[in-house]
Write a protein that binds this ligand. Structure first.
Ligand code: NAD
Length: 273
């Protein structure tokens, strides 16, 4: 048989930053990237203990990780974190812009604080981290022995970048914003061999949406929105993040990859509408 032309999705010799990695999807992605060979920076905002557990679990599985604190919505924190990463590792190859919050309220009762907090973390946080990552990717350029791209930026969005969500105007607006931030970065940064894509999770079992799945009644309601018939796990997103960050997806640029068991397929029409 001729040599395989398939690229195994590996991330050896690469440094990856996962924001908000002390819980949920961020933890799942951090573990998957480490398993694929990357050295992972586990960013956290308050939960130092949680981040430490993630680092220890990665190390116990034979991987390499380091926890770093930063509030991604604060420019000074982000600059400090990137300074620490460059001092310690010399460069960065992969950014997973994962941090996110929800502060839900009926539209007419939503306070400016609730609106601003969600936009600050979910959208401005992604802008600040992506800007610093892109600067480093451009400075360093492509290292052909490491990856075909100079760097990879993966934004964590949501099915709510396309599905409106009553009671969550701030969240849906932030994720719609992430979608066009990602596409604009992809358009602008491609000349530097920086690949930019988004993952749009559907319903994944994490602390952010616990009330939607932690009782049988809630889970049954939720499953009505998921044609594939199961609620996702952080690992489902981790697998996809490894592929999107690896050279196996080198020609994939500027897309949202939904990881949602079909939630974006208008499940209300399954019974002929
Ligand atoms: P989660 O609450 O476990 O994770 C969010 C993480 O972001 C937490 O670790 C939190 O500490 C961190 N964070 C919050 N504010 C921060 C800040 N200012 N600076 C740095 N980190 C901060 O929930 P999750 O479900 O794992 O969410 C991860 C991402 O996935 C979010 O962007 C969320 O919007 C998105 N998402 C989740 C689902 C789902 O079903 N769970 C679906 C679609 C999208």
């Amino acid at each position: 048989m001729a040599d395989s032309t398939l690229t195994t999705p590996r991330l050896d010799k690469q440094i990856a930053l996962v924001t908000g990695a002390s819980s949920g999807i961020g933890t799942g992605v951090a573990k998957s990237l480490a398993e694929a060979g990357a050295t992972v920076i586990v960013n956290y905002v308050h939960d130092a203990e949680g981040a430490d557990v993630v680092v220890k679990e990665i190390e116990a599985a034979g991987g390499q990780a380091l926890a770093l604190q930063a509030d991604v919505s604060k420019e000074a924190d982000v600059l400090k974190m990137f300074g620490q990463i460059l001092d310690r590792f010399g460069t960065l190859h992969i950014l997973i812009n994962n941090s996110g919050v929800q502060q839900d309220a009926p539209f007419t009762e939503m306070t400016l604080e609730q609106w601003q907090k969600v936009i600050d973390v979910n959208l401005t946080g992604q802008f600040l981290c992506a800007r610093e990552a892109a600067k480093e990717f451009i400075r360093r350029g492509v290292q052909p022995e490491v990856s075909k791209a100079a760097g990879k930026i993966i934004c964590m969005s949501s099915v709510h970048e396309v599905i409106p969500w009553a009671g969550h105007a701030n969240y849906a607006a932030s994720k719609g914003g992430v979608m066009l931030l990602m596409k604009t970065m992809a358009q602008e940064l491609a000349q530097h061999k920086i690949r930019v894509n988004t993952i749009g999770p559907g319903a994944i079992k994490t602390p952010i949406n616990k009330e939607a799945w932690d009782t049988p009644e809630a889970a049954e309601q939720l499953l009505k929105l998921i044609p594939y018939g199961r609620i996702g796990e952080p690992h489902d997103v981790g697998e996809v993040a490894v592929w999107l960050a690896s050279d196996a997806s080198d020609y994939v640029h500027g897309i949202t990859l939904f990881v949602d068991g079909g939630m974006t397929l208008f499940p209300g029409f399954i019974g002929n509408g």
